[in-house]
Design a protein. Structure first.
Length: 257
């Protein structure tokens, strides 16, 4: 209050050295406690349990990778795209427009379309000429378009892996599948059968994120990233039911690859 500026003298070497020593002691104590904690948690675990423990531990405490997409060079390599909309356009062209698969002077999309349809037509013709040699083969064929039941859905939900999964693009977590009630399963059965009968797919939206590939020196090229599509878990259950039926049918009539 008197306006006198006073400088408080530090005791020679005491404050800084004490602080550094306290930090070092605390860090050593922290390391010791962490080691004791890990030894206690992993004691008596078998190999599988240890793998699961370290997987969860690393997910919680491992250093997070910065996967933010950086500025990208345009496809012609002339301009460095910094605007988000331009970066998204460059990524879309590289991964989803199929430009990297097109050769000069050819229309890859048209060739691919014709080839796939030719393969499909061949399968349809060969399937129409099939004569089932056993009741099991005929049963698998009839199963292809048979009604999807609540039991079918419950079976594939039970088998679905939830460990390490995130929310889908509908804010739905696969753990929620495990707790669906009978009424909800009946609604899903109705929805799946409507899709099957009308040959339609209602989960046609996906959120796409791009992850940096490890070990790349330069992340200004689209090829330094890999896309991950996040789609509906409910749609994946429907996919698994249909894929299982198709696999059994193809195996039964010898059409498997």
């Amino acid at each position: 209050s008197s306006g006198i500026n006073a400088e408080w003298p530090l005791r020679p070497g005491s404050n800084k050295e004490s602080l550094d020593q306290a930090k070092e002691d605390f860090d050593n104590m922290r390391k010791t406690e962490c080691q004791n904690f890990l030894l206690k948690k992993t004691h008596g675990l078998n190999v599988s349990q240890c793998q699961q423990f370290w997987k969860q531990f690393n997910r919680m405490f491992a250093k997070k990778t910065d996967n933010k997409v950086q500025a990208l060079w345009s496809n012609d390599g002339k301009d460095l795209q910094t605007e988000p909309c331009k970066v998204e356009e460059t990524l879309f062209d590289n991964f989803f427009a199929g430009k990297h698969l097109r050769e000069k002077g050819t229309d890859f999309d048209d060739i691919f379309y014709r080839n796939v349809n030719q393969i499909y037509d061949n399968i349809v013709v060969s399937s129409a000429e099939l004569h089932y040699e056993s009741e099991q083969e005929e049963s698998f064929a009839a199963e292809l378009n048979s009604e999807i039941t609540v039991a079918d859905i419950a079976y594939f939900i039970k088998r679905y892996q939830t460990s390490g999964k995130s929310f889908d693009n509908y804010e739905f977590h696969p753990l929620m599948l495990k707790h669906l009630g009978t009424k909800t399963l009946e609604c899903l059965a109705t929805l799946f059968n409507k899709c099957l009968n009308k040959s339609c797919w209602v989960w046609d939206l996906a959120d796409v994120i791009f992850l940096k590939k490890d070990g790349k020196k330069d992340y200004s090229n689209a090829g330094s990233y890999r896309p991950i599509s996040i789609t509906s878990y409910i749609g994946k259950i429907f996919e698994q039911i249909i894929a299982s039926r198709l696999e059994r049918y193809f195996n039964s009539v010898g059409l498997n690859d």
